[in-house]
Design a protein around this ligand. Structure first.
Ligand SMILES: C[S@@+](CC[C@H](N)C(=O)[O-])C[C@H]1O[C@@H](n2cnc3c(N)ncnc32)[C@H](O)[C@@H]1O
Length: 236
């Protein structure tokens, strides 16, 4: 699928409204907190939780080609797929290369521009705002810690369920077994720059069950690939 002009076919027969530049009006709720980390591929990029825990952000991986673990996610997809928080779009592009209708969604203008530069289709939007083809996506994907978006995994998974076709699945990367769950405020530190504070969360393989159930979903599959963990959630 090629990068769209002002409007691009995105999936189940609908067309996504896109600003030509991918720099439309800022969302009311989404914060472009990761934009500072997307300025440079290499360098020191950290997600810093309010409790002081720091995790290195694998920004170089986000800019790179799809890795083996991403290929395992693509292999689980059999229809139109929505890549929420697509970043520079390596997964969106890999889904499109696999012949699937794929749409990347990101609140960060730089992420949308980088995804389109890979030849994939992306829209700049807060995922909690209206999106194309709601209720018709066969897969909604949350990779690279994106279960943390918004800081409330049950709310995020409820939103995923709204976007999903009744027979669809949510593919979500979770933390390894035993690492538990966390919710709170966080910010990105990139080199000497500090980004704005935003709500974030982490869930491990066990902790994903609670928010999934709260959202009317159930864990259908749990597997590891490339040292990372992925859950597949279906409508309960
Ligand atoms: C941890 S990064 C994930 C990177 C990405 N999956 C990749 O392959 O490069 C989180 C991404 O989610 C985006 N994001 C955060 N909140 C969002 C929201 N409310 N709506 C849409 N995108 C959001 C950020 O801009 C960022 O690109």
């Amino acid at each position: 699928m090629s990068a769209g002009p002002a409007s691009a076919t995105t999936g189940p027969g609908l067309r996504a409204r896109q600003s030509p530049t991918g720099t439309g009006p800022a969302s009311a709720t989404g914060v472009d907190a990761f934009g500072i980390a997307l300025r440079e591929r290499v360098g020191s990029h950290w997600l810093v939780q309010a409790d002081g825990v720091r995790r290195r952000l694998p920004v170089e991986r986000w800019h790179g080609p799809a890795e083996a673990a991403t290929a395992a996610v693509v292999a689980r997809c059999h229809g139109p797929a929505l890549d929420l928080g697509c970043g520079p779009g390596r997964l969106t592009a890999a889904l499109a290369r696999a012949g699937l209708a794929a749409l990347g969604v990101d609140v960060c203008p730089r992420a949308v521009a980088l995804t389109r530069a890979r030849g994939a289709v992306a829209v700049r939007a807060d995922l909690f705002d209206p999106l194309p083809a709601e209720g018709r996506w066969r897969h909604v994907v949350l990779l690279d810690g994106n279960i943390g978006i918004g800081g409330d995994p049950a709310r995020l998974l409820r939103r995923c369920r709204e976007l999903l076709h009744p027979d669809g699945t949510v593919l979500v990367e979770v933390d390894p077994p035993g690492s538990g769950a966390w919710q709170g405020r966080a910010h990105v530190v990139s080199g000497r720059r500090r980004g704005p504070s935003f709500g974030w969360a982490r869930l491990d393989t066990r902790a994903v069950h609670g928010p999934a159930t709260a959202a009317g979903l159930s864990v259908r599959d749990l597997r590891s690939a490339g040292g990372r963990w992925f859950a597949e959630l279906a409508v309960a």
